[in-house]
Design a protein around this ligand. Structure first.
Ligand code: NDP
Length: 448
């Protein structure tokens, strides 16, 4: 039996970061991965998705360019070319992850890891004894149990469709559903987005949700609220006959369920060791990512804290520094910014107005809604929205939100200001970059 200081199960963002930082601190580390290194984000998530968003948004750019004097002839969109090029880049990134691990001196094992006891992991025919074990197995798509669900795909399969669907129903109102509805719509797929609740993106600021819903509808997505898919049948021509709870029926090429993700723990055999799990099956951890078993830790989506790549890497890094680097650190889950790569995208950090009003006595909000300079020459009717949420008692900015081009890029900088405790007066005294969209965050003088 081989002996290690740390064995990591799962080669995604959190696991890889923890493994190589721990090895850098001098620990003897092994990592196992059953699929490909890079995890959900690199292989079947954030990275290929963003490439597809770029691909999709070109359609609008081509159209808008004519108002700036360009004459373009756009031929058919070539789905196969996109998928081939995207796969090539994902192969390259997978290789980079493997090299990062190798260069850090981490032993790489291909295969599924399972717990044998609190200090033993089995990977194929290898039995590994380890002082500490880190569980970083991520999540898997949740598919509701409706009739004909086998005729639908999840986000795992959408990256490998052989052909562009000419028509699609996307189910769900979260990040993945809204992003893929935008991708499909942009490349010319006749797209329906159906969400069971009143408004997409539950948890985001209500004005932002409504604004985005209006924008994606203008761009051609058939947004069905308070509606859900009740069953799916395969037609004789290989299409999907989709029945909705409101009685509608649609025949489409593809049905994509983006109805949330569950922690991926089945293969771990947590029960053998008694690792505590929560209601969704997530591994329960404390602020140091410790489970209830002394030698076992968990980071990333499998813990269902905040399911974002940079959060998983932050947790993995803090774990490695704390337990192998003699540098006690806690991953900070406050004011984590995020973006929805919808079209137009959302950038968001801190509290929504609704959350702020629950937590603070006096809340001021500032909202601005306008057409960006670029579109003053085009016939594009897209409008941008920005919002600042301020604790009126301290003047601190406690939330910033935006729907509009470059929202993710803009919000990263705003997040630093908010993390540093910037006040509304600090925003007001910052000189804007002109002409830019972002400067609006420095000139919002009138309260709502
Ligand atoms: P989310 O949890 O964000 O959204 C799931 C959606 O599916 C919700 O709208 C939910 O509705 C709906 N839903 C759940 N169950 C059902 C059901 N049985 N029938 C119909 N609808 C249902 O999950 P996603 O899958 O979109 O994404 C998972 C996570 O991955 C995200 O939370 C995010 O953390 C991360 N992610 C981040 C991205 C980014 O940073 N840009 C991109 C993609 C993913 P309801 O609101 O009513 O519960």
């Amino acid at each position: 039996m081989s002996t290690y200081d740390l064995v990591v199960i799962g080669g995604g963002s959190g696991g890889v970061r923890a493994a190589r930082i721990a090895a850098g601190h001098g620990a003897k580390v092994a990592i196992c991965e059953e699929h490909r290194y890079g995890g959900t984000c690199v292989i079947r998530g954030c990275v290929p998705k963003k490439m597809m968003v770029y691909a999709s948004h070109f359609a609008e750019e081509f159209h808008d360019s004519s108002f700036y004097g360009w004459s373009t002839t756009v031929n058919e969109f070539d789905w196969a070319a996109l998928i081939t090029n995207k796969d090539k880049e994902i192969d390259r990134l997978n290789g980079i992850y493997i090299n990062l691990l190798k260069n850090a001196g981490v032993e790489i094992l291909d295969g599924t890891g399972e717990l044998i006891d609190a200090n033993t992991v089995q990977v194929g025919d290898r039995t590994l004894h380890s002082d500490k074990i880190l569980l970083a197995t991520g999540g898997t798509p949740f598919m509701p149990n409706i009739t004909g669900i086998e005729h639908a795909i999840s986000s795992n399969e959408v990256f490998h469709l052989e052909q562009q669907p000419k028509s699609a129903v996307v189910v769900g109102g979260g990040y993945i559903a809204v992003e893929f509805a935008g991708i499909f719509n942009g490349i010319g797929t006749d797209t329906t987005l159906t969400y069971r609740g009143d408004q997409i993106l539950r948890g985001f600021d209500n004005d932002i949700r409504e604004h985005l819903a209006g924008e994606i509808t203008k761009k051609g997505i058939d947004l069905q609220l308070n509606n859900n898919v009740s069953s799916i049948e395969l037609t004789e021509h290989g299409q999907r006959k989709v029945s909705f709870t409101n009685g509608d029926v649609k025949i489409v090429d593809c049905v994509l369920f983006a109805t949330g993700r569950n922690p991926a723990t089945d293969a771990l055999h947590l029960d053998r060791v008694g690792v505590e799990v929560g209601l969704k099956g997530e591994i329960v951890v404390d602020k140091y990512s410790r489970t209830n078993i002394d030698s076992i830790f968990a980071v990333g989506d499998v813990t269902d804290r905040i399911a974002l790549t940079p959060v998983a890497t932050m947790e993995g890094h803090a774990f490695a520094d704390t337990f192998f680097g003699n540098n006690e650190r806690i991953a900070d889950h406050e004011n984590v910014p995020s973006a929805v790569f919808s079209q137009p995208p959302i950038g968001s950090v801190g509290l929504s107005s609704e959350q702020a009003k629950e937590q603070f006595n006096n809340v001021d909000t500032y909202t601005s809604e306008f057409k960006i300079l670029k579109h003053t020459l085009t016939d594009n009717t897209e409008r941008t929205m920005m919002k600042l949420i301020v604790d009126a008692d301290t003047d601190k900015v406690i939330g910033a939100h935006m729907v509009g081009p470059d929202a993710a890029e803009i919000m990263q900088g705003i997040a630093i200001a908010i993390k540093a405790g910037a006040t509304k007066a600090d925003f007001d005294s910052t000189v804007g970059i002109h002409p830019s969209t972002a400067e609006e965050f420095c000139t919002m003088r009138t309260k709502d």
